[in-house]
Design a protein around this ligand. Structure first.
Ligand SMILES: Nc1ncnc2c1ncn2[C@@H]1O[C@H](COP(=O)(O)OP(=O)(O)OP(=O)(O)O)[C@@H](O)[C@H]1O
Ligand SMILES: [Mg+2]
Length: 442
């Protein structure tokens, strides 16, 4: 049907109320292509169209939403599956404002941190649902605001820390938390601008590294930094936590292996003793409930999936590290280990569909473990995958190729998934999927 034909569809007088903004607790779904003046569709604008965004777009579309995927370049993974896409600099308030005016979204889903938060505030003030809320998006991209709320207001245990706005303050902060310590820009992700400082004479280099590695480093000014004591890690956990119209529920903790600031493998369930499990889930719940309360205080919903990152130390204690107000990359394992992946849960939560304990069950047998293995490709050019038939020959394996147009340097291009009889078995199996692939960059 052409756009014109759709525009002439008759509507009954009672549907006049449909021109009012959709109440997202009961969104109107299933007619994403209806462009008529009285269109009864729910429009979701995805800000960031990477591999996580692609899965979110698919899950939203499965539930009948219209999805527009935006990113800074053309051909991003979610753009290839959404109803429409746009290319813009999402950190530029003017461009973001123009996008909102053009799309008139009912729901805005930030999938990356580098977004002009002033514009998220402005659109939330107009009654548009920002996921999980404009306030939470701004807090979680700012290590200082997040740490103050998490530790000083919510009382979550963290490693000792100080903030610094100058090299002198950083030197004093490092003395206070002790060596070895970690210096991080207030705004950065994926380990950019971070350094571990083992001795006093390396602190100047850490300050410099934070200034050049932080987000928007080219725009001048100086970045505040956080300096934290280096925690003696035994292992790290991600607790996916869902805030929906039914309240807050936590998923089974995910174990992981990080390498140079990025995750390489994750598995679920993580092997944790019952006490640690309970503490981890409690910390995650308290963190998300605190953030959601902040959203409610500002008239926002606070719905969506959060990835709460926790450190388990060699003495068994559990510390809060940080939280992503969106699905987490380590949570890609849930595409094979949970009945509803983190992306399906995110889509449900943001569309006002209740998510309760029974919705976050594992999909694997008792004793089994699901694993994900990130496929990071190195080179310059287009990555072509072959040997996929061999890679997926084993039972209980799966693969997502992200279809990113190009690699320059290192880039995560796919993820292998597997179910095994224990964590080692599942990780080895996912590793075999990755190893069997033949990836050429040309
Ligand atoms: N204080 C610390 N003690 C020990 N290890 C740390 C500390 N801070 C960070 N790390 C290590 O560095 C990793 C990245 O740190 P963090 O999560 O704070 O940064 P990030 O840039 O937001 O990373 P990402 O975006 O990948 O989550 C952690 O997962 C952990 O492995
Ligand atoms: Mg992190």
């Amino acid at each position: 049907m052409s756009d014109n034909a759709e525009a002439t569809v008759n509507v009954s007088p009672s549907s006049a109320s449909q021109s009012a903004p959709a109440t997202q607790a009961n969104p109107r779904l299933g007619t994403p292509l209806d462009r008529s003046a009285t269109a009864a569709r729910t429009k979701v604008l995805l800000l960031g169209s990477g591999e996580l965004g692609r899965e979110i777009a698919i899950e939203l579309m499965r539930l009948g939403a219209w999805v527009c995927a935006a990113d800074s370049y053309e051909g991003a993974p979610a753009q290839q599956v959404a109803h429409e896409y746009r290319v813009l600099d999402m950190a530029d308030p003017t461009q973001l404002d123009a996008l909102f005016a053009e799309i008139q979204p009912d729901i805005v889903v930030p999938e990356v941190e580098a977004i002009a938060t002033s514009e998220l505030d402005a659109i939330a003030a107009q009654g548009v649902q920002v996921v999980p809320s404009a306030g939470i998006a701004a807090i979680c991209m700012d290590r200082e605001r997040l740490r103050v709320i998490a530790h000083e207001q919510l009382g979550l245990p963290t490693t000792p820390y100080r903030f610094a706005g100058s090299l002198e303050e950083l030197r004093a902060g490092a003395e206070a938390v002790g060596y070895p310590c970690v210096v991080k820009p207030i705004m950065s992700s994926s380990g950019h601008g971070q350094s571990v400082v083992r001795t006093r004479d390396a602190i100047d280099a850490a300050w410099h590294e934070a200034q050049v590695g932080r987000r928007a480093a080219g725009e001048g000014g100086i970045s505040r930094v956080i300096v934290e004591a280096l925690a003696p890690l035994d292992y790290e956990l991600t607790v996916l936590t869902v805030s929906s119209s039914a309240g807050v529920v936590t998923c089974t903790p995910i174990g992981q292996r990080q390498e140079s600031g990025d995750y390489r493998e994750s598995w679920q369930p993580a092997a944790v003793n019952p006490d640690t499990l309970q503490i981890a889930k409690d910390l995650a719940r308290r963190c998300v409930e605190g953030l959601v309360a902040e959203a409610h205080a500002h008239g926002e919903r606070g719905w969506g999936v959060f990835g709460v990152e926790l450190f388990v130390l060699t003495d068994g204690s559990v510390l809060f590290n940080e939280v992503s107000p969106r699905p987490h990359d380590t949570g890609m394992v849930t595409m094979i280990s949970q009945r509803l992946s983190e992306f399906a849960l995110h889509a449900r939560a943001i569309l006002g569909i209740p998510v309760s304990e029974s919705h976050v069950d594992l999909a694997i047998g008792s004793g089994q473990v699901g694993a994900s293995h990130a496929i990071v490709v190195e080179g310059d050019g287009r990555a072509v995958f072959s040997n996929v038939p061999q890679a997926l020959a084993e039972a209980d394996t799966n693969l997502r190729i992200f279809n990113k147009p190009e690699v320059h340097g290192h880039r995560r291009m796919a993820v292998a998934l597997a179910i095994g009889n224990n964590a080692d078995d599942a990780r080895a199996k996912a590793g075999r999927v990755a190893d069997a692939l033949d990836i050429t960059v040309r």
